[in-house]
Design a protein around this ligand. Structure first.
Ligand code: SF4
Length: 422
């Protein structure tokens, strides 16, 4: 027995939370603690929560309660992340099972060393990636004010990391074996705007990251910020993958969401990109049942899905968030109708996704092997989209040239050709 204190971290929510958890691991290791294989075996159990919508909040609370049951007597249970940030004191009162409820930064005081002041997790070190890909968060917070979204109220205005710090983190990850870097932020395309200089935007950052790592992928692009320059920068990375945060296509509803665009403009941009890169892959997410959403709005979205033929889509039920613009809007949509609309949209999109996967049979693509038998091409973002099933002998962490031999729902199957030689 080493006698070192041990920790266990449970992470909920989005990729951005995973980055925060990685950094917590980095600081706890630096503080001399050791990872525990299970919550039962840990001296410190941390739940990194999500507060995005009601379902996520419920899952976070359920997880805290379940871990409170499982942890050893005398072990410390700490709740951090978005839920803690947003509901701090109230949450602490509602969850006496937790020993502390702490916003971001505070958990770095949990290790063996004396307490350090709370500071931004963005610039903390992180351990080497355990997979051949890693998320890198380039900014925190958001300056937009979308009607449904509470993130700016508790994550604050956008704070971009300095480009050198991002690149240092990328260099460390690459040295640790990462072959793909996934850039994330609440509003990625606005990276650098808070730094007050036109040169500090996303385009040079993408180019600099892409010069360091074979694959660079971008998540969460606000559609109006998808400028020709940015499209070119993405295509130049060799990973033509566009995750467009569209949310809806009906112009009046999009305005009510206090966002930019409509279905026609989105299609124009998507078609434009396909004209430059026919193999480009697209993902988007949509909110269903925003206050005032009519049957005609819903039909427009269905038509858009047919016209756009996106590779991947997520559909989410609108969740009323205290403190947002939409919280006071009239025209709430009954839950049963929202569920019907969600089911119809998902069914339609599942068929589109499956057909697009079928169309790939016979194609040759480069894939990165994430785990024995599991790989991804440029079309699949890690942990979000489907996978490419490959023979188990293909080496993990390497690129391989494969031919797609079959498709099954969101996944495809492939056989190796020759090494891609990267
Ligand atoms: S851009 Fe994203 S994070 Fe920012 S307010 Fe809109 S939905 Fe929320």
């Amino acid at each position: 027995m080493s006698g070192r204190r041990t920790f266990f971290i449970e992470t909920l929510g989005c990729p951005k939370n995973q980055v925060d958890s990685d950094k917590l691991v980095g600081t706890l290791l630096a503080d001399g603690m050791a990872p525990a294989p299970s919550p039962e075996a840990a001296d410190l159990v941390v739940v990194n929560t999500c507060a995005f919508i009601e379902e996520a909040r419920q899952e976070s609370v359920d997880t805290v309660l379940a871990l409170a049951d499982r942890k050893a007597a005398g072990a410390e249970l700490v709740v951090t992340g978005c839920l803690a940030e947003r509901y701090g004191v109230d949450l602490a009162e509602a969850l006496p099972e937790a020993d502390s409820v702490a916003g971001f930064g505070v958990p770095v005081t949990l290790g063996a060393k004396p307490a350090v002041p709370s500071f931004d997790l963005l610039n903390l070190p992180r351990p080497a990636a355990s997979a051949p890909w890693a998320y890198v968060k380039v900014a925190e917070g958001c300056d937009k004010a979308c009607g449904f979204c509470a993130i700016p109220t508790f994550r604050g205005p956008q704070r971009s990391r300095a480009r050198d710090q991002v690149l240092e983190e990328v260099d460390r990850l690459v040295a640790g074996g990462a072959r793909e870097v996934v850039l994330v932020a609440q509003d990625l395309a606005s990276y650098g705007r808070d730094q007050g200089s036109g040169t500090k935007d996303l385009v040079p950052l993408v180019a600099a990251v892409a010069a360091r790592v074979p694959w660079t992928r971008l998540l969460y692009l606000y559609p109006s910020d998808l400028t020709p320059r940015l499209v070119e920068a993405v295509l130049a990375t060799g990973v033509p993958y566009f995750d467009l945060s569209l949310q809806h296509v009906s112009a009046p509803l999009v305005r009510r969401m206090r966002r930019w665009g409509d279905g026609d403009r989105f299609l124009e941009r998507i078609d434009g990109i396909r004209g430059q890169a026919p193999g480009a892959a697209f993902r988007s997410s949509f909110i269903v049942g925003y206050p005032g959403e009519t049957e005609a709005d819903h039909d427009l979205l269905l038509e858009f899905l047919e016209a756009a033929q996106l590779d991947w889509c997520g559909f989410f039920a609108y969740s009323r968030e205290e403190g947002t613009f939409a919280a006071d809007l009239d025209g709430s949509v009954p839950r049963s109708l929202v569920d019907d609309r969600l089911a119809e949209l998902r069914e339609r999109q599942d068929a589109i996704t499956a057909a697009r996967r079928d169309d790939l049979v016979g194609a040759e693509v480069d894939v990165l092997v994430d785990a024995p038998g599991e790989a991804r091409s440029h079309r699949e973002a890690p942990e979000i989209d489907g996978i490419v099933v490959v023979p188990r002998h293909l080496e993990v962490g390497e690129f391989h040239r494969v031919r797609i031999t079959g498709a099954e729902g969101p996944d495809t199957h492939a056989e190796p050709l020759v090494m891609a030689g990267r």
